[in-house]
Design a protein around this ligand. Structure first.
Ligand code: ADP
Ligand code: MG
Length: 621
């Protein structure tokens, strides 16, 4: 049965999460795509001009709107999808607020044409910034076409705040991709300024849609997951850690076909990948949660991207345990990392699952005995540091700053403040006897009451981060001019984003300029970065800028960029260190705050007590 559109009772209206729906062209595209999907279209075409500022047109071949309902369709709080407040708590469609078309029609030159399959003709209605004209018959194919020109024309200030065409289009493409991923059986097309940007023919399953977007090779390396807990089901794919990104852009999370953002589940993902990814890298995941409509409230956010689960803990646990199990069962190329949380798991790729399980039990054992970590929310921004027992690494605190750099590729060692003392003169003399490097990755240090294993990269990163932040805060992050600018190519959207942020980059020691075409020239760079890393870093920076719909605070961005740069600048796992370098790093350990965890909250060190050793070897009663 085809539902007709009804105006919602005021009591229902009052219960709907209110707020701005149309923030930018991409919001229009999202709402219109959702309407096409709700109308059971098998084909949806999106045509954009000038980043959506000139025009946005979305046409579908769905079931169309009854001619008598067309006026209601563009009226506020009129919908065919729910009619009572109770239904708000069991929403089965993407839309339910009955507000999108009205909001869109209020902010530009709007036109809708629609025809139901068994009607001979369609009808159309035009609305000019909220002024509705009489509906009239029109010729059109079955389905619905909505067009909006000159978005925000009545509010010049808002229009002015729109970003460059390329940037706005990139946001549109992002919304488009999300919905295209969630609905592989629908044919989606995206056209910008007359050029086809994406054309995804209908496919049977997610795999084929992901392949259409990211390529076959990518798909072949993905790890399928599937699990059920009560009425909760999760399925999808997680990418091999080698396909990580510098932002959360690759984390697709869908709830009953709706793309959602959920901090707690982002945290679960981070936990699941703990130890498998470099700091500052985010996993690529396509996760689909299926939850009975009554177990989730979709009516908490005006644009419906946040939801409230009735039992968020259950969802968290399911995501974490499913991913962990998937990783343990697959052959990942990861280094062993002791991650201690609710599920402290060390993943050793080369051993069989049984041995892995054994290893994991060992680690859990160890972690539980020696390491009490309480994770609050260590996501990229504003993490709460985990607190856990860490013993001093032997080197006693030396109050003087004797920064050093490992990086010998860059011959000028005076770039980081160097107070003239040789690093080797700083640590206590007996330290040399008590530290060794294992697997070119960890430092094992004897301590007064046991031993400490330190992740060399994580610690150095922490040290770098602290130093860079201090310098940045005092405006002294040294920058180095390049005689010959380094040029890097970008997509138009990324380039636009980068150039928008030149001031921010300057604070970090980067100077860039438009080199014409797709190219950006780096003219100065932070001294402590290797020149060979610049292109990669600036690419990651562009990706980072690109993240998120809402604009993060400048402070958060800088923190994140610093984290990224310190990660790049720090010594890597797999790098052999001289005894002097080890000593110097250990000496600095006590100079930085929170030396026991890296900027992203991963532990940099684990402690094994003498008592524990004795117990394990049966020396204690
Ligand atoms: P909502 O989607 O929350 O109901 P909208 O303002 O987006 O609110 O749409 C209002 C109504 O117009 C919908 O409930 C639906 O009945 C009808 N409608 C909108 N777009 C389409 C479409 N593409 N195809 C069929 N019906 C549509
Ligand atoms: Mg809608």
């Amino acid at each position: 049965m085809m539902s007709r559109i009804l105006k919602l009772e005021p009591t229902v209206v009052n219960r709907i999460a209110a707020g701005e729906v149309i923030e930018r062209p991409a919001s229009v595209v999202k709402e219109l795509l959702e309407n096409g999907i709700d109308a059971l279209a098998s084909r949806i075409k999106v045509e954009i001009r000038k980043g959506g500022k000139e025009s946005i047109r979305v046409s579908d071949n769905g079931r169309g709107i009854h001619p008598d309902d067309l006026e209601l369709a563009v009226t506020s709080h009129a919908t065919s999808k729910i009619s009572t407040s109770e239904e708000l708590f069991r929403v089965h469609t993407l839309g339910f607020r009955g507000e999108a078309l009205a909001s869109i029609a209020a902010v530009g030159r709007f036109r809708i044409q629609s025809r139901q399959k068994d009607s001979l003709a369609g009808s159309e209605i035009s609305v000019d910034c909220g002024r509705m004209e009489q509906p009239k018959p029109c010729g059109c194919p079955p389905g619905t076409m909505v067009e909006i020109e000159q978005l925000f024309m009545a509010t010049p200030v808002r229009r002015k705040f729109l970003k460059a065409d390329g940037t706005e289009f990139a946001h549109i493409a992002e919304q488009f991709l999300k919905l295209a991923l969630a609905h592989p059986r629908i044919h989606f097309e995206l056209i910008h300024n007359g050029k086809i940007v994406h054309d995804f023919p209908p496919v049977e399953n997610l795999t084929d849609r992901v392949a259409a977007i990211h390529g076959r090779e990518f798909v072949e390396e993905m790890i399928p997951i599937e699990a059920q807990s009560g009425e909760l089901r999760i399925w999808g794919y997680v990418a091999d850690p080698s396909h990580s990104k510098a932002n959360r852009k690759g984390q697709y999370l869908f709830l009953n076909g709706r793309w959602i953002q959920d901090r707690s589940l982002q945290h679960a993902l981070g936990e699941a990948y703990r130890g498998l990814l470099m700091v500052g890298r985010y996993p690529v995941t396509f996760l689909f949660l299926e939850v009975p409509a009554a177990m989730v409230d979709c009516n908490v956010h005006p644009t419906k991207i946040e939801v409230r689960f009735r039992d968020p803990q259950q969802v968290y646990r399911l995501v974490l345990s499913t991913l962990r199990k998937a990783f343990l069962a697959s052959d990942l190329h990861a280094q062993l990392q002791l991650g201690g949380t609710q599920t402290p798991a060390g993943l050793q790729p080369t051993v069989n699952p049984a041995a892995q399980a054994e290893l994991q039990r060992e680690l859990v054992d160890w972690a539980n005995n020696e390491l009490t970590i309480s994770i609050a929310n260590d996501n990229a921004r504003g993490f709460t540091p985990p607190s856990f027992a860490v013993a001093s690494a032997g080197a006693e605190a030396d109050p003087e700053d004797h920064s050093f750099r490992f990086d010998s590729a860059n011959d000028s060692s005076s770039q980081m403040s160097h107070d003239g003392r040789s690093p080797t003169s700083a640590p206590p003399t007996d330290l040399a006897l008590k530290v060794m490097q294992v697997h070119d990755c960890y430092l094992v240090v004897e301590t007064e009451n046991g031993l400490t294993v330190i992740d060399q990269h994580a610690l150095h990163e922490r040290v770098m981060f602290q130093q860079m932040r201090k310098k940045m805060e005092s405006g002294r992050l040294e920058s180095q001019k390049l005689l010959i600018p380094e040029t890097v190519d970008f997509s138009p959207e990324e380039k636009a984003k980068l150039l928008e942020n030149t001031e921010l980059l300057k604070q970090l020691g980067f100077e860039i300029s438009d080199f014409g075409g797709a190219t950006v020239a780096i003219t100065s760079h932070p001294s402590l970065l290797r020149k060979t890393d610049l292109a990669e870093i600036i690419r990651d920076l562009a990706e980072t800028f690109f993240e998120g719909g809402q604009k993060p605070a400048q402070h958060d961005i800088l923190e994140e960029l610093l984290q990224m740069m310190s990660c790049k600048a720090a010594v890597k796992a797999g790098q052999r260190l001289s005894i002097e370098e080890m000593e110097s790093l250990l000496a600095q350990r006590n100079l930085v705050d929170h030396s026991h965890h890296c900027p992203h909250g991963r532990p940099t060190a684990l402690h094994l007590s003498r008592m524990e050793l004795d117990r394990k070897f049966g020396r204690l009663g």
